[in-house]
Design a binder for this molecule. Sequence first.
Ligand SMILES: C[S@@+](CC[C@H](N)C(=O)[O-])C[C@H]1O[C@@H](n2cnc3c(N)ncnc32)[C@H](O)[C@@H]1O
Length: 448
Amino acid sequence: MTLRVEKKHAKALLEALELSEHYKPFQEVKRRVFRKYGLLGTRYDRVFTALMYRLYRLQGILDRIATERAGTNPERLPAAIRQSLRLAVVLGQFDEANDEEFNTTLLRYIATIIAKRFGTSYADSVVKLYQSLRRRPWTPTTRRERIELEYSMPWILIDALRKLLPWDEIKLFANTINTRSPILGFRVNILKATAEDVLKELRDMGVDAWLSERVPNHIRYRGAIDYQRFKALEEGKVVPQDEASTAAGFILGAKPGERIYDLCAAPGGKTTHLAELARNKALVVATDLRPDRLGRLQDLALRTGTAPSIIALVADARRASRLLRGAANRVLLDPPCTSTGSLAKYPEARWRLAPRTIREHVEKQRAMLLEAVKLLRPGGRLLYTVCSILPEEGEHNITWLLENTKGVELVPLSSPYEQSPLLRGTMRAWPHRHYTSGFFYALLEKKS
Ligand SMILES: C[S@@+](CC[C@H](N)C(=O)[O-])C[C@H]1O[C@@H](n2cnc3c(N)ncnc32)[C@H](O)[C@@H]1O
C-alpha cells in the first residue's frame, strides 16, 4: 500500500539528512528529528531510515551520477541541496520499492522547501534529475565503476581489501556491511552483575540473546530491546559494546595494583572494562583530546561503578610521555582512524577515504605509538588496536614501529579471532567472519 506523504514528512527527512552531515553517527540525529516530528517507530521511520542508509552507502556514486546528469557536483553545494540531489538519485535509480507516486510527491515537497530557501533553479534541478533517471537510468561505463556499484564501496577500499581477502570474501564483506547488523552486544559489568543473570533478564523479556562463544562476559542479541523494561543499562550492569571491543580489554588484561594508561580513551568503553578487570584496584589514567567526550567517559565510569579507579585527563596522546608521570604496566592505544571497520554503522565513512586522509591518520597513529612505548615499564604491555580494515593503519604501522624502536617485541595473537595474513602475530576481527566491527590488534611487550 502506498505511503501517503505530507509536507511534514518531507521536512523531517530533509532536516534529518541535513543535520546528519554534521553529527555522527547519523542514526542518533535521525532518531532525534523523527521524534520531534512524531515519526519515530512509524512506517515513515522505517522507509526513511532505509532511504538514508542507501543514500550514505552509495553517496560517492550518487554524487558522480548527479554531476553527470545535473551538471553540478553536490559536494560543492549547501547541505540541503546536496542531500536533495542525492535523494533524487536514490529515488530515481536505486529505489527498491519503485513507488512512483510516493517518490514524486516526496520530491515535490522537498523541491518546495528548497525553492523557498535557495530559489527555484535548485528546486528544478532536483526534480529534473529524478525525471531524467526515470527516463534513462545511469549505467556504469568502466569495470571499476561496475565493481564499485556492485559492492557499494569506492575503489580505494576495494583495493585495500584485496591485500587481505580473496575476491569471494570481499563480496561477503560488502554484503555484511551493507545490511544492517543483525547482531548487537553488551559487555556485562562483573562488578555489578553476572552474565547469566543479565542473559536471563533479556530472555525473560523475549529477547533472542546468547553468551558470546569467543569473548567472556559478552552477550550478543538480535532484534530490538525495550529499554523501559531492561534496567540493566541504566544501572551500569551492562555496557553496549561490540564483541571485538570487549575482546580488546581481555587481550590487554588488567590486574589489581597496576598502573594502566588508556591514551585515546573516550567515550570509555574500554577504559571502564580495564578498571573492571582489575576489580577497581588498579590506577587507570584515561586521556583524550576532547573534554566533551571525556565527560561521557566520566558518566560511564559513574554508572559502571569504576570511577574510584579512573582518572580522566584532557591530553594529547602525541605528548603523553611529557604529561604522564610514572611508567605503566599496561598501555592501551585505540587512536582515531578511518573507521573503515565500522562501515555498517558509519556508512558514509567509505566515501571520505582518500590517500591524504589515510596519510594524516597514519602520521598521528605513529606519533602516538612512539609515545605509548615510552610510557611502558620493562615487561609492560601495549595493545594497539584500530577499528580499521586498512593495512596502513594496522600491519604497516606495527612493522614500522618494530623497525624504528628498540626493545619492544610482538606477543603473538591468534585468539579469539584470526592472525592477520600480512603480519604474523597480529590479529584481525572481521564483520563477515565474526559479525563484529573490523578490528586490528597488535600486542607488544617492552623487554626487561
Ligand atoms: C577510537 S576513539 C576511542 C574509543 C575508546 N577507546 C573506547 O573504547 O570507548 C578515538 C578517541 O581518540 C581521541 N583523540 C583524537 N586525537 C587525539 C589525540 N591527539 N590525543 C588523545 N586523544 C585523541 C578522540 O577524541 C576519540 O575519543
